[in-house]
Design a protein around this ligand. Structure first.
Ligand code: NI
Length: 530
């Protein structure tokens, strides 16, 4: 109360000290500032300046997880391919969830699917979300888990930079409830994709940056607030210095080389006293032109900024086949969708649907079918899907002699290798029929037997909705799902199956990836990755 009075008195003094407007006085024409002041307004349907829609950057691999038990949600996006940058993003996600769980006494996070209808197929950065007020992030079902009955943690992202070989992603971690925010930290990660170097935005800001930026920011804010006169700009108070430091840590270099400084709340300073339009500027986004921003940064930051200012188009890692992309099945729930008995005339439609859904699969092919459709098999292999074999004649192996079993398997292995150049590492017995004798032979042949834990029963020709539900509802973390790409009826429903699985939060990966990149022991039987 006492402080409030003092502030009020000081404000009154400042107002009195402002120049009075005399009749006939014409304000001087004020030069436009090179420093622009906009808003990071969360209610805007327009993208805040300097935020890039992830869909405009080729090849990004959007991710999302949500866990009611860990009271956590995260949205982020990888660069194509395995990279140290993706590791850093994983690290931010893992640490955010672990810290929240420890603070709230929650069970250790385990990736698990959500019920159907969860809406988790929409992934990656929701453009502009990292600039929203923390309470709004926590209240948004697209960003944070709702109805958990306690404090939650939400990690949101924005793509903020893509020029030349440089890419930048802004990650914000907010925890608490919409009524009481507990934590709120922002990390801006940049990478030079040509060298793999990764820099935290905070590390490229030079020590003297606050003093460098203070004058231009004050001048631009005053102008934007409608100031008609110039004042002497004093050094920042401790609180104003802190606010500018925070803005610099949260700042980013836009795709045009400008530097974006977000200020959530009004800056304090005598320079702003009596400016009626001042408070209404916030949350403000102050944009410094490249030549001014340059003085704030280390050499890495300067090169990044120069590349962007020169208008260099993004030349980061190219779009890769889905399976080559990174999915961390220790972080998000994964399943392997498998297709048997092909390839056939319908297989290209399956490959199209997989590409459309950023998903990978595994094909257990028959020898003659492979020889009839070598181009389709080559395409499946080239697009990163796993190719396994399923015998030559689709015979039930338990009824064959040892010699015949070996011939059925080896002949098909050779046929596939002749087409793709790679000998398959996985085998699925027709009808799932196995005996000790058969697995013994498979052990000699160096192959594991891959079965399934989710049977779509598509071969029975169930109604479309039943087929989709058969494949989607029982799926769990690590499931292997059985479908047939020779059935037109199945192939028609593949997009709905992929969408249904993604809606539950699953990433659809190859068998290889699901099993951690190492094929199971020859002769062993695998039904899921659990
Ligand atoms: Ni079969």
């Amino acid at each position: 109360m006492v402080l409030g009075l003092v502030v009020a008195v000081v404000l009154a003094t400042k107002v009195a000290a402002a120049p009075s407007l005399e009749p006939g006085w014409i304000p001087v024409q004020r030069a436009a500032s090179a420093v622009q002041v906009g808003r990071t307004d969360p209610s805007d349907t327009v993208l805040p300046s300097g935020i890039i829609d992830q869909s405009s950057v080729a090849g990004l691999v959007p991710q999302r997880l949500e866990s009611a038990t860990a009271r956590a949600a995260a949205r982020w996006t990888y660069l194509p391919g395995e990279s140290a940058f993706n590791d850093r993003l994983d690290d931010l996600v893992v640490k955010a969830i672990a810290a929240h769980g420890a603070a709230q006494g929650l069970p250790v996070y385990q990736p698990a699917p959500s019920p159907s209808g969860a809406g988790l197929g929409d992934r990656g950065c929701l453009a502009g979300s990292s600039l929203r007020p923390a309470a709004k992030i926590l209240a948004d079902p697209a960003l944070a888990p709702q109805g958990t009955g306690g404090a939650v943690v939400a990690l949101v992202c924005d793509v903020v930079h893509a020029s030349g070989h440089y890419f930048g992603e802004r990650v914000r971690v907010v925890s608490g409830t919409p009524e009481a925010v507990i934590g709120d930290t922002t990390t801006v990660l940049y990478t030079d994709t040509s060298t793999g170097e990764i820099v935290d935005g905070a590390d490229i800001v030079l020590a003297g940056a606050v003093d460098e930026v203070w004058g231009p920011v004050v001048g631009a804010l005053r102008l934007a607030a409608g100031a008609l006169w110039d004042v002497e700009i004093l050094p920042p108070s401790d609180s104003a210095r802190g606010a500018v430091e925070t803005a610099l840590l949260r700042a980013w270099v836009g795709a045009d080389g400008s530097v974006k400084l977000p200020f959530d709340v009004p800056l304090e300073g005598r320079e702003f006293d009596s400016l009626a339009g001042f408070d209404a500027l916030f949350p403000a986004l102050v944009t410094l032109p490249a030549e001014q921003g340059r003085r704030l940064f280390s050499p890495f930051g300067q090169t990044l900024l120069d590349t962007a200012a020169a208008g260099q188009p993004y030349a980061g890692p190219p779009d890769l086949p889905a399976a080559a992309d990174r999915t961390n099945c220790g972080l998000v729930p994964c399943v392997a969708v498998t297709f048997d008995d092909g390839p056939g005339p319908n297989t290209p439609a399956v490959l199209d649907a997989l590409a459309q859904a950023d998903s990978s699969a595994t094909f257990f092919v028959l020898g003659p079918a492979a020889e009839r459709s070598p181009e389709t098999l080559k395409r499946a292999y080239a697009e990163g899907h796993t190719i396994g074999t399923h015998t030559w004649s689709h015979a039930e192996l338990t009824g064959l002699t040892d010699e015949k079993i070996v011939e059925e398997v080896e002949r098909t292995q050779r046929a596939v290798a002749a087409i793709t150049g790679q000998t398959p590492a996985y085998f699925r017995p027709p009808y799932g029929a196995l005996s000790e004798r058969v697995t013994g032979k498979l052990a000699e042949l160096g192959l594991p037997a891959v079965l399934w834990d989710v049977d779509s029963a598509d071969w029975q020709g169930p109604p479309a909705a039943v087929l989709v539900d058969n494949a989607v509802s029982p799926a769990n973390q690590g499931s292997i799902i059985l479908l047939h790409d020779i059935k037109a009826h199945t192939v028609e429903q593949v997009p709905a199956v992929l969408e249904g699985l993604r809606d539950r939060g699953f990433s659809l990966v190859t068998l290889d990836h699901l099993l951690g990149g190492t094929a199971p022991r020859p002769g062993s039987t695998v039904k899921s990755a659990r």
